[in-house]
Design a protein around this ligand. Structure first.
Ligand SMILES: Cc1cc2nc3c(=O)[nH]c(=O)nc-3n(C[C@H](O)[C@H](O)[C@H](O)COP(=O)(O)OP(=O)(O)OC[C@H]3O[C@@H](n4cnc5c(N)ncnc54)[C@H](O)[C@@H]3O)c2cc1C
Ligand code: SF4
Length: 541
């Protein structure tokens, strides 16, 4: 987004990208069938979300380790390709609400942002118009409406979920996804093939290569250097950033690009790593890190899942439920003053009779009575396909002193760059929230007349809370704030200590919110890009 804004404002931009060039209209496997592959599209180490998934990268990248401190567990999902994880993300595109920017004022925990919803609203609106998003206007206080395209209608199982939610008093509304249900800005509408994670051949969903980088290239002012692994930001005697040193992965040799302004957008943790590795006599703790805050305040979304068998959905007539992602979701609907945990969560719903993928309906013997051999087995697959409904809670954690990343003094990657070490500990705030998720999902499944597959997890099992990093919403490692002693960036994502250094990823977040972060990353990056262009024009940078 920063490259898009800056090139359109007339600046010349060099974009260093560690991976290869990738554009969904040229490279997507959207229309391949499982039988096109000897592995039937099964996941591999390089493709943990399935062989046809768009993402180069995963939980482990050969030659690029990371470590975790003894006794802690954190998983770091990284993409290494143009556009990063936006090539296969879920496109759930939620704005933060007015309360999300001032949570400390409301409940005393964490910190407030130095900006308000009103500061970011014009940028959210512009992102909506530029990128495209579907949703329904609801007028909810902390789930602001956007500039929405019409939402798709709920599927059969989603209607049943909605009925149960209505009975139980759980808010349930149309999803908000950056998928085009009408043509927009020269891009055609979605044809509901349901394969967004493979990248869209028709460019009907958001990926940054197609929607942002292609137009930036068209200005003639963007130079794209791929296979360029940034190693550190270089600084001059005056303390200003002078450019970025990187490894050319094709040759293994070092190179450097000079710049008047440096913008890091390598993902929250990788940008923190770059700053921590940018040590000099002037910046012995790493660049922009006199406060010691770089790497601190690391958060991930809380998450736990529950699935159940719904007898009413057995023997459903054959019909197409592919669609465009989830068509409904549940925004946070309760008042924390009446609960034993702070902050909320939203619920993502899954199920239905979509194109089956490799390994679908594993454990069919759990379906009453399911399985067997030959004709009976095939028959059961047909009867029970679509009779499972699942719920994923995605909630807000509170930053804490035990969750951070720093540089591992003993480990380097294949280019000799020191790697990150993660430290992680959930608190009871998150555990209690996960318990509430579990209880809620079980109540909805029970109301639907269903049966949950797994027993309620215990406190010792963190109530099913997934390990840190697993929800892939790492944020906060270079947070913004007014006080340079407790924050890395100012409200424009400009480093307090290095005027010509900016960040344009999730590192700037002060808190998580119960929303997926990417729409806010985009809105912040748009604001930052505009600010840089303005400052350059008035020669303040
Ligand atoms: C399966 C999945 C589903 C998701 N679903 C959602 C969702 O529905 N909604 C939502 O809001 N979020 C979702 N997310 C999260 C979302 O993808 C991220 O929030 C978003 O992509 C972060 O953008 P980013 O630019 O900060 O990082 P990335 O997308 O990771 O991009 C970082 C870029 O920097 C490059 N890079 C990294 N290190 C270097 C280096 N040293 N030198 C040069 N280049 C480098 C990478 O190759 C990449 O191109 C999902 C993520 C995954 C994996
Ligand atoms: S569901 Fe729509 S947006 Fe997603 S890949 Fe298919 S056509 Fe593209």
């Amino acid at each position: 987004m920063a490259a898009y804004m800056l090139t359109r404002a007339g600046a010349s931009v060099v974009l260093l990208e560690a991976g290869r060039p990738w554009f969904s209209t040229e490279h997507s496997d959207m229309l391949r069938w499982p039988y096109d592959s000897p592995r039937r599209g099964a996941s591999t180490t390089e493709r943990p979300f399935g062989e046809f998934d768009a993402c180069d990268g995963g939980w482990e990248i050969p030659g690029e380790p990371y470590t975790t401190a003894p006794g802690t567990s954190f998983r770091w999902f990284r993409a290494r390709m143009l556009g990063g994880r936006t090539n296969h993300w879920g496109r759930i595109s939620l704005r933060f609400g007015p309360h999300d920017f001032r949570r400390k004022s409301l409940d005393g925990l964490g910190d407030d942002w130095p900006i308000s919803y009103q500061d970011l609203k014009p940028y959210y609106d512009r992102v909506d118009r530029l990128v495209g998003i579907y949703g329904s206007r609801e007028g909810l206080p902390n789930e602001p409406d956007g500039v929405f395209l019409p939402p798709p209608r709920p599927r059969c199982y989603e209607l049943l979920v909605k009925q149960s939610c209505d009975r139980l008093g759980v808010a349930c509304i149309s999803s908000r996804l950056s998928i085009l249900t009408r043509p927009l800005n020269g891009r055609p509408a979605c044809h509901f093939c349901g394969q967004c994670n493979r990248g869209c051949s028709t460019n009907s969903n958001f990926s940054s290569p197609e929607v942002l980088i292609r137009p930036a290239l068209a200005t003639g002012r963007l130079t794209l250097i791929t296979s360029a692994m940034a190693r550190e930001v270089t600084v001059g005697d005056d303390g200003r950033a002078t450019g970025v040193a990187y490894i050319d992965k094709e040759t293994g040799s070092g190179a450097h690009v000079r710049a008047r302004v440096v913008v890091l957008a390598a993902s929250a943790c990788e940008s923190a790593r770059l700053l921590l590795n940018s040590k000099s006599s002037r910046h012995p703790q790493g660049l922009a890190n006199s406060s010691g805050v770089v790497g601190r305040y690391l958060t991930d979304t809380t998450g736990t899942d529950v699935a159940g068998f719904i007898p009413r959905l057995v023997d459903n007539p054959v019909h197409n439920e592919d669609g465009a992602g989830g068509h409904i979701y549940m925004p946070w609907w309760l008042d924390n003053r009446k609960l034993d945990f702070p902050r909320g969560y939203h619920i993502e719903v899954w199920g239905g009779r979509r194109v089956p993928s490799y390994g679908f309906m594993g454990n069919i013997h759990r379906y009453p009575p399911g399985g067997g051999y030959g004709q009976q087995l095939k028959q059961d697959y047909r009867r029970y396909w679509g009779a499972t409904v699942g719920f994923s809670g995605r909630g807000e954690m509170i930053p804490n002193d035990d969750c951070y990343c720093d540089i591992d003094p003993d480990t380097v990657d294949e280019w000799g760059i020191p790697v990150l070490r993660f430290h992680w500990k959930w608190s009871d705030h998150e555990r209690k929230q996960a318990r509430h998720m579990q209880e809620t999902f079980r109540a909805i499944i029970a109301d639907m007349g269903g049966e949950v597959y797994a027993p309620m997890p215990s406190y010792e099992q963190d109530y099913g809370l997934l390990p840190g990093g697993v929800i892939i919403h790492e944020l906060g490692t270079t947070r913004m704030g007014r006080d340079p002693a407790t924050s890395v960036l100012n409200e424009y994502c400009q480093a307090h200590e290095v005027k010509n250094l900016f960040l344009a990823d999730g590192g700037a977040f002060v808190s998580q919110a119960d929303k997926n972060p990417t729409w806010t990353i985009l809105a912040l990056a748009m604001r930052t890009g505009e600010y840089i262009a303005w400052q350059m024009k008035r020669r303040a940078l």
